[in-house]
Design a protein around this ligand. Structure first.
Ligand SMILES: Cc1ncc(COP(=O)(O)O)c(C=O)c1O
Length: 276
């Protein structure tokens, strides 16, 4: 049984998953790719006491280079003392060839950074920032999957404001004003993975730049302003009409005066918080 996700805004209840797995004698693995940095920083519960295996990427909230790690817990070794060896052998020679030593060194540095007291503060600030951003968006009438954010991630369902399949409009328009996020499916998606009805965003990168609650309120208000400008657009129901419609949308939104003005405001903020 695997527990982990790529667009989940709430805390995982690893204990509950362990109860289910233990009841049927299953192995339980936690994919903590998204929340690894929060777990190390003490801002999200750890799966280690509850699962047999932990996997993670190293380039999300852990803030390292693109890579990954697989760890076997004490609980895992108790279930099968050879589990660690089996995983090692499955990786090499089973799946991988030569190591990328440069990446391994980068991961070591990221883990060193994550072990510093400043990283604890960073993780806590990410969660605070996410909460403020979530509240700002919800106060402005947007629907958040899960009713808010308890971690580093927000998933906005745009169906009520821009219709089904509208994530593409929000992604493209926000990109133009300097805010990077991605379109994403939402629970009970009525559109398709290519034209999903939501967007996924989060503050880990802006928090690394030193942004706090005040800046999150600003960013949230900008998102609301931009989405308000998109209200007349709807994804065409006929698939063959979509490409041309989106091209026209991009042209119009690029020429929009208000968009240009918002972009300048975002740029001003970004310049105040340079990438460290
Ligand atoms: C939960 C989760 N696990 C694993 C991965 C795998 O990452 P990658 O495709 O970079 O190997 C991702 C990627 O975004 C993820 O969200």
């Amino acid at each position: 049984i695997w527990v982990g996700a790529t667009a989940y805004p709430l805390k995982f209840n690893y204990k509950k998953f362990a109860e289910i797995a233990d009841e049927v004698g299953a192995y339980l693995a936690a994919d903590i790719a998204h929340v690894a940095g929060l777990i190390v920083g003490g801002a999200h519960p750890s799966p280690v006491p509850y699962v047999h295996i932990v996997t993670t990427t190293t380039h999300k909230t852990l803030r390292g280079p693109r890579g990954a790690m697989i760890m076997v817990t004490n609980k895992g070794l108790k279930k099968d003392p050879e589990l660690g060896d089996k995983v090692n052998k499955a990786v090499f020679p089973g799946l991988q060839g030569g190591p990328h030593d440069n990446t391994t060194a980068g991961i070591a540095l990221a883990l060193f950074e994550a072990a510093q007291p400043s990283f604890k503060k960073y993780a806590a600030q990410i969660v605070k920032n996410s909460g403020v951003l979530a509240k700002t968006l919800m106060d402005g009438g947007l629907k958040l999957v899960g009713g808010g954010s308890e971690n580093h991630l927000l998933l906005v369902n745009l169906t009520n404001v821009l219709g089904a399949g509208s994530g593409v409009f929000a992604q493209k328009a926000l990109d133009l004003v300097g805010l990077t996020l991605n379109k994403n499916t939402v629970p009970d998606e009525t559109s398709s993975p290519f034209y999903p009805s939501g967007v996924r965003l989060g503050p880990p990168a802006s928090t690394s730049r030193g942004m706090k609650e005040k800046e999150m309120k600003f960013i949230g208000s900008v998102i609301l302003e931009v989405i308000d400008l998109l209200k007349s657009y709807r994804l065409p129901e006929k698939k063959e009409e979509r490409k041309a419609y989106i091209t026209k949308f991009e042209k119009e939104i690029r020429a929009n005066k208000k968009m240009k003005e918002i972009h300048l405001r975002v740029k001003k903020l970004a310049l105040r918080f340079p990438i460290p």
